[in-house]
Write a protein that binds this ligand. Structure first.
Ligand code: ARG
Ligand code: MN
Ligand code: MN
Ligand code: MN
Length: 311
């Protein structure tokens, strides 16, 4: 089967330099080789390039960059899916989820999204205390929240095309007040760390899928924020929160989703190679690669012998 890789060296959805360097660092850690080792036909579409425009909207500095970059990313994701390639988008900060999910929905329409994150990323420019757009992508995508936004110049290409009922969270442990209000008001599928403790990751994945993909027929999109993992597992990230998923839980979740055969898009975001010492960075990149591999068919039970080879 075929996979496309898209790098998004984008860091303007938050304030810490370095997260834009992750796509090239993750590539040079041997990503393509690892994926080819799974028997995949891999094409690297390269990094998103865009021309920035300046846009002034309250509490959204850099909206011009976010708009231009995510528009290009959406087009590249559409290209990969139309080429018959499941798509791996490597960020960059989590604002790029706007573009990757937009691209997926423009090709597949019936998409269910798993947002694996310590955070809900559900702020609007009115509720955000940080003004960081990486804390807002889900709110920009959700049709039910369209009325909570002002007109956003530069974002006309992006309609709020996802129903919040098709979004499920796993890993939450740092949810802002207004985000909680929105989750409760709309009954959003949200499994926090308490639920992982209570039910275990296997059950949590099944429960999330039953809610957002009840007929087992949607195209699945995983937006994996590396800060969903515990900082002991993935220290090099901009907004770490203690008490997160183990790498084992992350891998289990990705293996389960791969086995649905409908995992068509994976975002891996928020790795910041300028945070922590070399050991921390290598460790975080390694964790990211484990998550990606599990999402594209690596199995801890061992791989199958390729078709046609019997002894
Ligand atoms: N809720 C906080 C904010 O709005 C943190 C968001 C962190 N998001 C992320 N993608 N790491 O700024
Ligand atoms: Mn996060
Ligand atoms: Mn399982
Ligand atoms: Mn996030």
């Amino acid at each position: 089967s075929k996979v496309g890789i898209i790098g998004v060296p984008f860091d303007k959805g938050q304030r810490k330099a370095g997260v834009g360097e992750a796509p090239d660092i993750i590539r040079s850690a041997g990503l393509v080789n690892e994926l080819q080792g799974l028997g995949l036909n891999v094409h690297d579409y390269g990094n998103v390039q865009y021309e920035t425009a300046s846009i002034n909207v309250d509490n959204m500095p850099n909206l011009g960059d976010v708009a231009a970059c995510t528009q290009k990313l959406s087009e590249m994701v559409q290209q990969s899916l139309r080429d018959g390639r499941r798509v791996l988008t490597i960020g960059g900060d989590h604002s790029i989820g706007i573009g990757s999910i937009d691209g997926h929905v423009k090709v597949d329409k019936d998409v269910a999204i798993l947002w694996i994150d310590a955070h809900a990323d559900l702020n609007t420019n009115k509720t955000s205390e940080s003004g960081n757009v990486h804390g807002m992508p889900v709110a920009l995508l959700a049709s039910e929240l369209a009325d909570y936004w002002p007109y956003l110049p530069g974002m006309d290409w992006q309609q709020p095309i996802v129903s919040i009922r098709n979004v499920g969270y796993i890993g939450l442990r740092s949810v802002d007040r207004y985000e909680r209000l929105v989750i409760e008001k709309f009954g959003i599928t949200a499994f926090g760390m308490e639920d992982v403790e209570r039910f275990g990751i296997h059950e949590v994945v099944n429960m999330a899928l039953r809610k957002i993909d009840p007929d087992n027929n949607r195209s699945l999109h995983v937006s994996f924020d590396i800060d969903s993992l515990d900082p002991l597992e993935a220290p090099s990230t901009g907004t770490p929160v203690r008490g997160g998923l183990s790498l084992r839980e992350g891998i289990h979740l990705m293996e389960d989703l791969y086995r649905t055969n409908r995992l068509n898009a994976l975002d891996l975001v928020e790795v910041n190679p300028r945070i922590g010492d070399k050991k921390s960075v290598d460790f975080t990149v390694e964790a990211a690669i484990h998550i990606i591999q599990a999402g594209f068919g690596y199995s801890r039970r061992g791989l199958k012998v390729p078709e046609g080879i019997t002894d």
